[in-house]
Ligand binder design. Structure first.
Ligand code: HEM
Length: 402
């Protein structure tokens, strides 16, 4: 389920055609409006009684995304931050229901919600800026330096972080502008990145996403049906910081792919880099995409079929004392660099209850040199505390800020 791109994914709620909540879509005066397809009409609830967490974590991947970080403006204190999160939550709720916010730009006037999700997070520096240092969870301690990092501080971290995803690029951009306007005077844009995934309906085999290296990516993610899913991904009921219970931590890495080098490798070599087939994502030890990897299997040459340095082997929970995270990325392509190489790769986003025992544990291993590392450059990094969903009538982060 997770990682699948579906017009009406399990976390989405299909609302009725051109009528119902979608008054903007029905407002055309040149005759009866055509019904929205399920892509346009799919709505992901901002508040979901069944789930304590914000939308955009277990929601199926969307086709279009924006990541944006803000720093509080000088003089913006805890009260100002609280008022901003209240405005942002209100706008997010309206937009996710397919309603236009106040003083609308009209960019998404004729569109349905298109599975829009808006997810809010708080960075390490937020807590000092707002006088809330003693409420900062230890899980927000800065990530260690990794040897392969080439991080740009201007495109890393930030007091506040928003993840926007939608199955329509205009709906996603519309949300970005509305949220940016809400921030005026209180917080300043620090960095922004744009990403994409496959469009719903583009493949007859809806399955796990494919990335710009052509690999099926997301296969061995923890699944919501797993008994230990909540424990691994969401902050538990006994967490020291009460306001984070039911929330999650997001690690964001902009990882450029050295595609010119990658594309020169044969398919056989590429498959050995990951340990899985390119066409269907099946492990090199056989079966289909969902068949477990046989990490012990050896070939006629006596060597492991899934090479010792294969990315999937090195990153697997079996190699990392059970460490697991939910990877929910967007691809990006920002044109070409001066040397002519594509400025393209993965906006890697992973979700976990404890980054030290998930992302950091695994990245330390990968950083020692798995087979994929020579084709990657980590260029930006962020770590954010993503509080649970807003309570009825409330806003995201309210228990911390009031
Ligand atoms: C697995 C690609 C970076 C952690 C995989 C797979 C692919 C892939 C194709 C196999 C299919 C799957 O299970 O999803 C990439 C690419 C990356 C990248 C292209 C960078 C651009 C990372 C990073 C981490 C990570 C930075 C964490 C620090 C994992 C994990 C698995 C995995 C935990 C599942 C292993 C298993 O349980 O079988 N990755 N990956 N990956 N990757 Fe990555």
């Amino acid at each position: 389920l997770l990682g699948t791109v579906g017009a009406a994914g399990a976390a989405g709620l299909v609302v009725g055609g051109a009528g119902g909540a979608l008054s903007t879509a029905a407002a055309h005066e040149d005759g009866p409006a055509a019904a929205l397809s399920s892509l346009g009409s799919t709505e992901v609830p901002f508040r979901d009684d069944r789930a304590k967490q914000q939308a955009g974590i277990t929601t199926p991947l969307q086709a279009s995304g924006h990541l944006v970080a803000f720093d509080l403006a000088p003089g913006s204190d805890r009260k100002a931050a609280a008022a901003l999160l209240r405005r942002w939550s209100r706008t997010a709720e309206q937009l996710m229901a397919g309603r236009a916010p106040d003083a609308d730009t009209g960019v998404a006037l004729d569109a349905g919600p298109s599975s829009l999700t808006v997810t809010f997070g708080l960075g390490h520096s937020f807590f000092d800026r707002t006088g809330l240092t003693k409420h900062r969870p230890v899980q927000l301690d800065p990530l260690p330096d990794f040897s392969a990092d080439a991080l740009d501080p201007k495109r890393s971290n930030g007091d506040l972080w928003i993840q926007i995803g939608a199955d329509d690029a205009l709906v996603a951009f519309h949300a970005l502008r509305a949220l940016q306007k809400d921030a005026a005077g209180t917080a300043r844009l620090r960095w922004q990145m744009n990403g994409f995934n496959r469009s719903p309906g583009a493949t007859a085999h809806p399955m796990t996403a494919r990335n710009l290296m052509g690999q099926v990516d997301g296969t061995n993610n923890p699944k919501p049906a797993d008994a230990d899913f909540d424990e691994r991904i969401f902050v538990g009921r006994d967490a020291a910081q009460e306001w984070m219970r039911g929330g999650s931590y997001a690690v964001v890495r902009r990882i450029r792919m050295l595609l010119d080098d990658w594309e020169k490798r044969s398919r056989h070599e590429q498959e050995r880099v990951i340990g899985r087939r390119k066409d269907n994502g099946a492990p090199l030890t056989g079966g289909s995409e969902t068949t477990p990897m046989k990490l012990d299997a050896t070939g006629a040459d006596g060597l492991p079929v899934i090479p010792a340095n294969a990315h999937a082997r090195v990153a697997a929970p079996e190699s990392n004392q059970g460490a697991a995270m939910l990877r929910r990325p967007f691809s990006y392509h920002d044109g070409f660099r001066e040397d002519g190489a594509p400025d393209a790769g993965l906006l890697f986003i992973c979700w976990q209850a404890d980054p030290l025992r998930a992302f950091t544990q695994v990245q330390r291993k990968l950083d020692r040199g798995d087979a994929l590392s020579p084709f990657l450059r980590h260029e930006a990094s962020g770590l954010y505390a993503v509080p649970p969903a807003a309570a009825p009538g409330g806003y995201v982060g309210q228990p911390l800020l009031e």
